[in-house]
Design a protein around this ligand. Sequence first.
Ligand SMILES: [Mg+2]
Length: 261
Amino acid sequence: MAKQAVLFDLDDTLLWDDRSVQEAFDATCLTAAAQTGVDAKALENAVRREARALYESYETFPFTKMIGINPFEGLWANFLEGEQEEFRQLQQLAPAYRREAWTRGLKALGVDNAELGAQLAEQFPAERRSRPYVYEETFAILDQLKGKYKLLLLTNGSPDLQREKLAGVPAIVPYFDHIIISGEFGQGKPAAAIFHHALERLGVQPEHGIMVGDKLTTDILGANTIGMTSVWINRHGMTRSDEIIPSHEIKHLEELLPLLL
Ligand SMILES: [Mg+2]
């Protein structure tokens, strides 16, 4: 069935967030390695582990999980926007969360230095902000779709953080008829409600829409739930179970075009 609208996920579908985060860790951990002699990769692993454990210990965890904000986004987010009370709690928590995650990571490697932890906690967000990467194919595909299909960006996350990511690659925004951020809507993918909301904004029935995303448990599951065609962009050749089955699997965004006819 010919499609009328294409819904895109943002992180790791159009924006190369993985690379931005990885390079921010690399740069920050190298600073620590130079100052203390710790192994940079070991520190990254320790900080990722400590950050995740801390993040999951907070009262806000069910909320961040539902909206779709991961622990590593928490390491550079300010949480200045969003109407729910939990965003104000996150805003309060964020500075100590960053500091603790880095300080505990250092400590796990035998370096007891809260001052350095605090310094790294501020370096990481700056490193991340200086690296807004987009995939080479992103603009090529958007150029081919623009004017032929309604385009909507459906992204999970904290409103100010997702906007900041978009501001880092400002040329993306004008391609979209609508941009929906879960933190503004109040529920994240895979909730059927946010998918229905998106289609209502477009005035399109589920069977005339197609959702493109890199995450089975959010992008693909949600689209499948409401009867929309789902396209899994699997750039890294990951294997999947048969629990969530995408309508189509592609390795490159260019492969999307024949699926729209
Ligand atoms: Mg994604």
